[in-house]
Ligand binder design. Structure first.
Ligand SMILES: NC(=O)c1ccc[n+]([C@@H]2O[C@H](COP(=O)([O-])OP(=O)(O)OC[C@H]3O[C@@H](n4cnc5c(N)ncnc54)[C@H](O)[C@@H]3O)[C@@H](O)[C@H]2O)c1
Ligand SMILES: O=C(O)[C@H](O)COP(=O)(O)O
Length: 526
């Protein structure tokens, strides 16, 4: 078995590969995409961090590749659907660097508030600027933490130790859980209004890109300081620059950038900005943790077939996987749909298996539902191994039922998701041998293919209603690839599912919401 390490990996991990029986390891870092493509066909495993781009093009050339292992968390650089399509397992190491990253956020906040990098640069230039570089204490100041996951929770805890008042915003963690951890749960506007320092610890998702933008800065306390050690783009860089210039934001500490490396940018050059080159996870300890974890996972996979921390496969044999594969995809998509339909934190999930599931192990299918529900919230952190634990940590109770009867199809899976605000019911089945279909949403029957960029529209069932939707999209050059109409079992409403070639921009969604026969529009991504 041949392993290629294409990004910098801690020595302990490399040594584990070298010492593993039956495994040959090559370390070739910094390769250009074409050079990597030329050699990839001879490798069974690829070990990466964030530099190597595992694109469709690369995967097409990787004829022997069985596994991609990420020493760290983020998988933005891996085409996961393409890897899944090719049966390549994608693994990460979700916990090895969280303490280190949280410590970096605290270090950045302290360095910023006490002008440490500016002081160093000024001294090096022979200046002694005590007055200009006067800082601010953090004692008794309010820290707003956005995202109370693994890293956000550690940051909150460390800041409490520094005697800060910590307030938390995370709409997917119940206020009770935040209170149980000893913190105050607040809404986003409340956090903006009160925080002297704001640190973001959310994944980069459709709805977190540009989360800290012009509108958000305007709601913040004048003189607030911003820390981003999560992902570039969560803080809008040009809006941040303007907010620094206007004085609304007093300083910013950035470890991550919209484009990495960011090159010469006015933001990086700004005198009240301090920066590090994505060093959040770069400590000896964290790099040892993730290198050892990824090496162990890959060696076990190559030698014993054990799958740990895979984001795209459960831990089952190839034979079982062949049978349950279509149901895993269906369950994952149903969970993902529920996560996008339900308002408020989900507290309860009920999974009902109805009809004939002979020969199918249903427990990975339930796991796939939970993974689907959590993916839009925590992205690469959830996998087939930790989905149940993560759901439990978030206070989500999971119940499974099964019955031999199914009302419409040979077999059908129904997922009920109950939040603090609503209940949503989605049913699905497999058409033919492997095609997932959503066949019911609440009271609407339909046959919808859950893939790509979609929009769910509720409208009044009258002539012209579908026409006005098509016209609005056409006016904005958005092509409808597929359209499905579902009818309410009783009542005068339709639901329409559109699959579009490109995502529908927010302003077009808003225009559709204003149409006379349209009730609601929910953009969906699969
Ligand atoms: N700088 C680095 O080197 C580095 C290292 C590791 C992780 N990271 C990044 O740090 C971030 C956090 O990582 P983690 O391991 O704590 O992730 P996590 O999945 O454990 O936690 C993320 C939290 O964000 C919450 N969330 C999702 N959407 C939200 C929203 N709209 N508003 C508020 N909260 C929301 C989720 O509920 C979850 O609790 C990720 O972006 C990760 O990629 C950066
Ligand atoms: O996602 C991660 O684990 C961090 O962002 C670290 O990325 P790196 O391994 O490229 O430093």
């Amino acid at each position: 078995m041949k392993v290629l390490v294409s990004d910098n990996l801690g020595e302990d991990g490399i040594r584990m590969f070298q010492e593993a029986a039956g495994i040959d390891v090559d370390v070739k870092t910094g390769l250009e995409p074409d050079a990597l493509k030329e050699i990839i066909a001879s490798y069974d495993a690829l070990v990466i961090r964030s530099a190597t781009k595992v694109t469709k093009d690369l995967l097409q050339a990787a004829s022997k590749l069985k596994v991609v292992g990420r020493a760290g968390i983020g998988l933005d650089n891996v085409d996961i659907p393409e890897a899944t399509q090719r049966g390549i397992v994608v693994m990460n190491t979700p916990t090895g660097n969280v303490i280190t990253t949280a410590e970096h956020a605290i270090a950045m906040m302290l360095s910023l508030t006490r002008n440490i990098p500016t002081g160093t640069a000024s001294l090096r230039q022979g200046r002694w600027e005590k007055k200009k570089l006067q800082g601010r204490e953090i004692f008794n100041k309010t820290l707003g933490v956005i995202g109370f996951g693994k890293i956000g929770a550690i940051v909150a805890d460390r800041a409490r130790g520094l005697r800060m008042n910590v307030i938390i915003h995370d709409p997917f963690v119940t206020p009770e859980q935040i209170q149980k951890a000893g913190f105050e749960s607040v809404d986003l506007d409340g956090l903006y209004e009160r925080a002297d320092y704001i640190t973001v610890h959310v994944p980069k998702l459709k709805n977190t890109i540009g989360m800290l933008n012009k509108a958000a800065f305007e709601k913040m306390k004048p003189g607030v300081m911003i820390v981003n050690c999560a992902r570039g783009g969560i803080v809008d860089e040009s809006d941040l620059y303007e907010a620094l210039e206007s004085g609304r934001v007093a300083g910013a500490a950035l470890d991550v950038f919209e484009t990495e490396p960011p090159g010469k940018s006015p933001l990086v050059e700004h005198e009240r900005v301090i920066c590090t080159p994505h060093l959040g996870a770069s400590t000896r300890e964290a790099q040892t943790n993730v290198a050892v974890a990824v090496a162990r996972q890959i060696i076990d996979f190559l030698t014993e077939g054990t799958v740990v921390n895979a984001v795209n496969m459960p831990s089952v044999t190839g034979e079982v996987l062949e049978k349950i594969g279509p149901y895993l995809t269906l369950a994952d998509r149903m969970g993902c749909l529920q996560a996008q339909l339900v308002r408020g934190p989900i507290k309860e999930v009920v999974i009902e298996f109805c009809g004939d599931f002979k020969g199918i192990d249903l427990s990975p299918v339930s796991t796939a539902v939970l993974k689907g529900i959590l993916t839009p919230v925590v992205k690469d952190d959830v996998n087939f191994v930790n989905a149940h634990v993560m759901a439990q940590q978030r206070g989500i109770t999971v119940t499974e039922t099964s019955s031999a009867e199914s009302d419409y199809y040979v077999n059908q899976i129904t997922v009920r998701a109950i939040s603090t605000e609503m209940e949503s019911v989605v049913s699905g089945t497999i058409f033919g041998k492997k095609d997932p279909r959503i066949v019911k949403i609440d009271k609407f029957r339909l046959e919808m293919i859950p893939e790509g960029h979609m929009a769910l529209i509720q409208n009044i069932d009258k002539p012209g209603s579908i026409g006005e939707i098509g016209t609005t999209l056409g006016q904005h050059q958005i092509n409808i690839g597929r359209m499905q109409v579902g009818q309410e079992e009783e009542g005068d409403r339709n639901i329409v599912f559109l699959t579009t070639d490109t995502p529908i921009p927010e302003d077009v969604v808003e225009k559709m919401r204003q149409l006379s026969l349209v009730k609601t529009v929910t953009p969906l991504e699969f």
